[in-house]
Design a protein around this ligand. Structure first.
Ligand SMILES: [Fe+2]
Length: 289
């Protein structure tokens, strides 16, 4: 396996053989003393250096040999798992590259929308961060929080189809213009359902303007008909929007925003999400940035 003749290694202490890579030394020494004092090891993986300097990985299992009460030796079985470790590392590497690419693409999608809507620069990123913090505070399982983050980062994607002059115009919109803007929830859904995400990203985006009492859009869903993820996102969206300056009004203070969401707790906004949000801002020093 390592290219040594047996006599080159026998009779010398493990730590001085030079076959264990530095990263595996401590684990191997700990395993060795465990077996020598009567314990077992199974499937410990060490990185070794062969005589020619190449790296090998072995999976080691071992047990003591007893004579009466005393350990008089150990028996170890080492299995060469170099190929498997190479494949695992390559897969891990590919996976992390894919995550990076996905993260990059989502960021670009978010930026494309915000270029058309200059008043909301950074809005989706802040909403994604706040929605994630609220979900974490509520104890939402980690597997669902990933979906909240992704949906939050691109929740206004459908605004790519809304005329830019409507998005950037200060002041009141006509009823027709308002309809065009509100269509962004449905358009975002239509675009995103083409992608097979491991989370219901398209539905979360579709529902991010729904309100508990049915007064939201586009489908006037109520209460539990709205996905938990969308209820959290809706709250984060409102908190960030109110906290931001708009050409037709100044930004609300954090206190004013917290009062507003408390007032609408259970009516427009999910009560648990509101409670979590209040704790974040009032007790845990959360800031939108
Ligand atoms: Fe929106």
């Amino acid at each position: 396996l390592l290219g040594y003749a047996p006599e080159e290694l026998t009779g010398r202490p493990l730590s001085q053989l030079g076959i264990l890579s530095p990263g595996s030394m401590d684990a191997a020494m700990a395993d060795a003393s465990r077996v020598l004092s009567g314990g077992h090891i199974s499937a410990s993986v060490y990185e070794l250096r062969a005589r020619d300097g190449t790296r090998r990985f072995v999976e080691m299992s071992g047990a003591p040999i007893f004579e009466g009460e005393n350990t008089v030796g150990v028996v170890c079985v080492a299995r060469d798992v170099t190929d498997r470790m190479g494949t695992e590392r390559a897969l891990e590497h590919t996976l992390s590259e894919l995550r990076q690419v996905l993260g990059g693409m989502i960021k670009i999608l978010g930026l494309i929308v915000e270029q058309r809507d200059p008043y909301t620069a950074g809005h989706q990123r802040r909403v994604a961060n706040l929605a994630r913090a609220i979900a974490t505070e509520m104890g939402v399982p980690l597997g669902r929080i990933g979906g909240i983050r992704v949906a939050g980062s691109i929740h206004d994607l459908g605004k790519v189809s809304v005329p830019a002059e409507i998005l950037s115009r200060p002041g009141r919109l006509t009823e027709n213009e308002l309809k065009l803007v509100q269509a962004h929830a449905q358009i975002g859904y239509d675009l995103l359902r083409e992608v097979e995400f491991p989370w219901p990203v398209a539905d979360i985006v579709l529902q991010h303007h729904e309100r508990l009492d049915g007064s939201g859009y586009p489908n006037h869903l109520r209460g539990q008909e709205i996905l938990l993820e969308a209820r959290i996102l809706a709250l984060a969206d409102v908190v960030d929007a109110m906290s931001s300056h708009r050409p037709y009004r100044p930004a609300f203070t954090t206190d004013e925003v917290m009062e507003e969401i408390s007032r609408e707790r259970g009516a427009l906004y999910d009560p648990e999400a509101v409670d979590a949000c209040l704790r974040l801002f009032r007790e845990k020093g959360f800031r939108l940035e």
